[in-house]
Write a protein that binds this ligand. Structure first.
Ligand SMILES: Cc1cc2nc3c(=O)[nH]c(=O)nc-3n(C[C@H](O)[C@H](O)[C@H](O)COP(=O)(O)OP(=O)(O)OC[C@H]3O[C@@H](n4cnc5c(N)ncnc54)[C@H](O)[C@@H]3O)c2cc1C
Length: 418
């Protein structure tokens, strides 16, 4: 819905999409508050050692590049075709952008958004009634000083999914014992070659999952095993795959060369035996922590049985945190947990991130007017989100908020890469 400036926009989350959204909003003259529970780009920093599949040119916006060039004439854009690590993205682009004149005063770091509602309205009030959009949003936020309320006219929920993992048991349920042991399980991408090396060196590591995160971890563990020869990997994958294939699906002529390399290498390791044992059509039924550390794990499926492992890395995906908008009229997809209209538009597109269609501004609308879910969270449990898709979403959503169809600040700023 159209919202005249000056109005207050709350951006939830200072990840790559939250920071870009804040810049776009400030450029148009809105007052913006960016609430971030951790440091800047906290989630990306957690996988900062991982090299991205997409080159610099896809990970930045022309508006962001222009803001950085205006801020510091000596600043040079990163090499367009190089693949940055997550940490490089943070240090060379996101931090300078967040500290640029337009954005810096909007940052509310160390401030978690706990819940968002409408002033004086319950979830069920004023259904399909435009009057629902009249009261401001009320946000419950928490920081070191405690809890407080703040308000906003528009909310852009860019809180991602990375901080909210799925469960590793069969059928997506927590495995027996998992809820109690969750703090001892790694659900992300530990820095196996660096800061977390000692945790995995010469240990028996159970890796669960058949996607690119699991592949990244298996490759890192395989490299570690070359230097620390008692390192062993038990790789459990839910899907079946035939001989000659592997856990990771390969795309013919994958344009993302790094992704293809990772998938081929992981599949080769899965077939190779030795220190990596890969069990398809298998999942975890229970895990029992042992007194002195490690777990006894019970597997079910094609390779049912009991195994002892020292560490568990569960790469079973992430999901949106819906507690933030529980009091709002957000229409969620029953399969992905993402916003319904967008999920329906994406359904036809298939799974690959490069095949994601431009869905247009309409798909971002919610029954709860002026509340938008952008970035990785907008894809719900689906993984093929790319930053460049998020930039399109920002452009589309501001064409609605600013009420100018076709508004595109990215097109009006020339790319230094052209
Ligand atoms: C290992 C990995 C590799 C990837 N590689 C690529 C790639 O090569 N190319 C690509 O385009 N995409 C890639 N992606 C996908 C995607 O682009 C990233 O996940 C990206 O970080 C999404 O940005 P975002 O801003 O939507 O969410 P996030 O980066 O997850 O940011 C969300 C922010 O919100 C904060 N937050 C969460 N909850 C709250 C709350 N309640 N209150 C306040 N703050 C909160 C978090 O701390 C975080 O800083 C990759 C993802 C992963 C996990």
């Amino acid at each position: 819905m159209a919202v005249d400036t000056p109005a207050r926009i709350a951006v939830l989350g200072a990840g790559p999409i939250g920071i870009e959204a804040a810049l776009y909003g400030r450029y148009l003259g809105y007052d913006v508050d960016v609430y971030e529970r951790g440091p800047l780009a906290a989630n990306v920093q957690q996988w900062g050692h991982v090299r991205m599949f997409s080159p610099w040119r896809w990970n930045v916006s022309t508006l962001g590049l222009a803001a950085l060039a205006a801020q510091d004439p000596a600043w040079r854009p990163p090499e367009p075709d190089r693949l940055p690590t997550g940490q490089e993205l943070v240090e060379r682009y996101l931090v300078p952008l967040a500290h640029s004149d337009l954005v810096v005063d909007s940052l509310r770091l160390g401030t978690e958004v706990l819940a968002v509602g409408r002033e004086g309205l319950l979830k069920g009030d004023l259904v399909a009634d435009e009057a629902r959009s009249e009261p401001s949003f009320r946000l419950l936020v928490g920081d070191r000083q405690g809890e407080r309320y703040t308000t906003a006219d528009v909310v852009l929920d860019c809180t991602g999914t990375f901080g909210n993992h799925n469960w590793l048991g069969t059928g997506g349920l927590p495995a027996l014992g998992e809820l109690a042991a969750a703090s001892q399980i790694e659900y992300g991408l530990p820095d196996i070659a660096g800061a977390d090396r000692a945790r995995y060196a010469n240990r028996r590591v159970l890796v669960i999952g058949g996607g690119h995160s699991a592949a990244t971890n298996v490759l890192a563990l395989a490299s570690l095993a070359e230097e620390e020869p008692h390192t062993r990997v038990l790789w459990v994958v839910r899907r079946a795959f035939s001989a000659g294939q592997g856990p990771l699906a390969l795309l013919e002529h994958d344009p993302l060369a790094e992704r293809e390399r990772l998938a081929r290498e992981a599949n080769r390791l899965a077939a190779g035996g030795g220190k990596i044992e890969c069990l398809p059509q298998t999942s975890v039924r229970s895990l029992i922590p042992r007194g002195g550390g490690g777990f006894v794990v019970s597997l079910e499926g094609a390779h049912a049985g009991e195994r002892e492992v020292d560490e568990i890395i569960a790469n079973v995906g992430w999901r949106p945190d819906r507690r933030i908008y529980e009091e709002l009229q957000v229409h969620e997809c029953y399969a992905t947990g993402g916003p319904m209209k967008l999920a329906a538009a994406l359904l036809a597109a298939g799974g690959d991130c490069l095949a994601q269609p431009a869905v247009g501004a309409e798909a971002l609308l919610q029954p709860e007017m002026d509340y938008y879910i952008l970035g990785a969270k907008s894809y719900g449990r689906r993984s093929p989100f790319l930053l460049r898709t998020g930039h399109q979403q920002i452009r589309d959503v501001f064409s609605i908020i600013f009420d100018r169809p076709g508004l595109d600040l990215y097109a009006t700023h020339r790319s230094p890469y052209e």
